[in-house]
Design a protein around this ligand. Sequence first.
Ligand SMILES: C[S@@+](CC[C@H](N)C(=O)[O-])C[C@H]1O[C@@H](n2cnc3c(N)ncnc32)[C@H](O)[C@@H]1O
Length: 237
Amino acid sequence: MALVIREDIPAHMADLRAWLDETRGTPLEEMRDFFTARIDGYEEHMSPWAKAYEVAAEMLPEDCAPLLDLGCGTGLELDAVFCRFPALPVTGIDCCETMLSKLREKHAARALTLRCEDYLTADLGGELYGAALSVESLHHFTPAQKALLYRAIFRALRPGGVFLNVDYLACCDEEETVLRAECDRRRAAQGIAPGQFVHFDTPLTVPHERAILHQAGFTRIDTPACIAGATFVLAQK
Ligand SMILES: C[S@@+](CC[C@H](N)C(=O)[O-])C[C@H]1O[C@@H](n2cnc3c(N)ncnc32)[C@H](O)[C@@H]1O
């Protein structure tokens, strides 16, 4: 069955354009500050994706140990992963210490190594992990940033390992183009330096994600599901 990201693309694009107009003058927030300021309501805000977290945990292969989680946040996907694999060793990387503190509180007894780092520049190692997972985190980056990251993930996986990315992907070229242009415009208007991370969604389309994964070395790439706008991209080393 063909992957459906949005049931009604024209209606989705009309809503998106209206939202971009409404928020035209809203200042961009730095990534860590954005999540720190919203920590109290964060898990409730993500509740529409409860099913996506469950399915992500189900899709991990049996031999996924140890697991690398990029942008683990408060660990909503890990809540589901630990239900299936209670003793799984996991390394979680996130640049927001406030999000990681909450995850630490929830899963103090797990085999969890948490690193407060930027995953784009973190050393992910070589052939260490059975699987890498990322949920709702990578839709803020450019193709060039993703190309480097996906290569690092490919290197970090053992042969046969999988990378499961569950994320907001663009439903059409127009969505990708409009959001990238608006992000660039807002960054320029605020004088934001190129290396500074801000919270503004710049999803890529499925073909663009696949091309970057393919260039990184992944050979088998599938898009098995989309749940509440979160597209599952499963890539095998
Ligand atoms: C929407 S939250 C998703 C968190 C968790 N995966 C979930 O689904 O609830 C995005 C997370 O990615 C983290 N993040 C964004 N860019 C990052 C980067 N370059 N390095 C590390 N973490 C990053 C943010 O701090 C935040 O915790």
